[in-house]
Design a protein around this ligand. Structure first.
Ligand code: PMP
Length: 351
């Protein structure tokens, strides 16, 4: 048994890399398919890593003082939960602005952790005073000692992944090359393909930078919902005539390019839709027992689409020993009452 830890903040990071053998077999893939399961972080998502790092770096610079400073941050929920968790443990007041479309579960969790939650209209453009970013920017002027760590521009966002998530993936995969077990499968020992969604872009940019240092030949695939503008080339973001730019998937996609998203870090983009993303999340839960959230479904769908494409199959999907890592950003806890997990899942079962 491991030694006791000082607080739950020590339970951020060191998440597992899990083989998706059943899924890979169903899809006829020869490569090794893995999920980096970020729901195992203390606050339940990949964003715990950035919240902890942004707060601790600001504390070391003297920008944040426990018991005095007030954390104000716009979020699609997971950074909000993560900051609320860090704020609870360290003793900060915390206010999160979050668009209406994000789940009630996220709001309830933040409130349980003692944070205040302000909902903002989902349709408000990022530069409107009514958006979550606009409301947070106004609040830091009104509230004494308020600080916005600003995940969209804060270098500690990608750095959290450069210094923690990526080295964990590299170390986990290094084991696969060294294993002498009779069950050992062929493995390059490297991360050959990374697939991750982009919201702020911090996860994919930080991971890409560090993973490329250990494998310059890595292919980094970014996942962006239809209706968002993050993908490149820009033609990918064009909508069909009459198609809405609104989507239900939470946590990925934006109507502007955040400062921490480095487009040069992403080699290939795949656009995803709500129905295929939710169906992929339900499939992962059912077949592998990995209780992921909706954006993880987008990432899984995109990974399979790429690995089954002509280029993807030839270079990776049909090559024994290649390691493909899909980052699963959060878990089912944030969506237990969401229609995609309940009503739509029941409909799917009947078909
Ligand atoms: N999926 C979910 C569920 C998220 O909350 C986020 C964070 N917005 C992401 C993916 C994307 O992470 P990042 O902001 O680092 O691009």
């Amino acid at each position: 048994m491991a030694a006791p830890v000082d607080s739950v903040l020590s339970l951020i990071g060191s998440t597992p890399l899990v083989r998706l053998d059943k899924l890979a077999k169903e899809e006829g893939l020869k490569c090794n398919l893995y999920a980096k399961v970020e729901a195992f972080n203390a606050g339940g998502s990949v964003k715990d890593r950035i919240a902890l790092r942004m707060v601790e770096e600001a504390e070391s610079e003297g920008r944040l003082i426990p018991g005095k400073s007030v954390l104000v941050e716009p979020s699609s929920g997971n950074t909000g939960i993560a900051l609320a968790l860090v704020a609870a443990v360290k003793g900060y007041r915390c206010i999160i602005t979050m668009p209406e479309k994000m789940s009630m579960e996220k709001e309830n969790i933040m409130k349980a952790l003692g944070a205040e939650v302000i909902r903002t209209p989902t349709e408000a453009a990022h530069d409107s005073p009514d958006s979550n970013l606009g409301r947070a920017s106004a609040l830091i002027k009104e509230i004494p000692n308020a600080v916005m760590l600003n995940q969209y521009d804060n270098p500690n966002n990608p750095d959290a992944h450069y210094y923690t998530t990526a080295p964990e993936i590299i170390a986990s995969l290094a084991h696969t090359a060294q294993s002498l077990s009779t069950f050992a499968r062929p493995s390059t020992g490297l991360c050959d393909v990374l697939v991750a969604g982009a919201g702020t872009g911090g996860t994919i940019s930080g991971l890409s930078k560090r993973l490329q240092e250990s494998n310059p030949d890595i292919l980094v695939v970014g996942v962006d919902p239809r209706g968002s503008v993050l993908a490149r080339p820009e033609e990918l973001n064009k909508l069909e005539e009459g198609e809405s730019d609104q989507y239900k998937i939470e946590g990925i996609g934006y109507d502007f390019i955040p400062g921490v998203l480095s487009h040069t870090s992403v080699h290939h983009w795949i656009k995803t839709s709500d129905p295929t993303s939710f169906a992929a999340a339900r499939r992962l839960i059912r077949t592998e027992g990995i209780m992921c959230g909706g954006s993880s479904g987008s990432a899984i769908h995109a990974a399979l689409e790429y690995l089954k494409s002509e280029e993807g199959a030839k270079k990776f999907g049909q090559v024994e020993g290649k390691n493909v890592v899909v980052l699963l950003a959060d878990g089912i806890r944030n969506y237990v009452s969401a229609p995609w997990l309940t009503a739509e899942a029941a409909e799917e079962k009947q078909q």
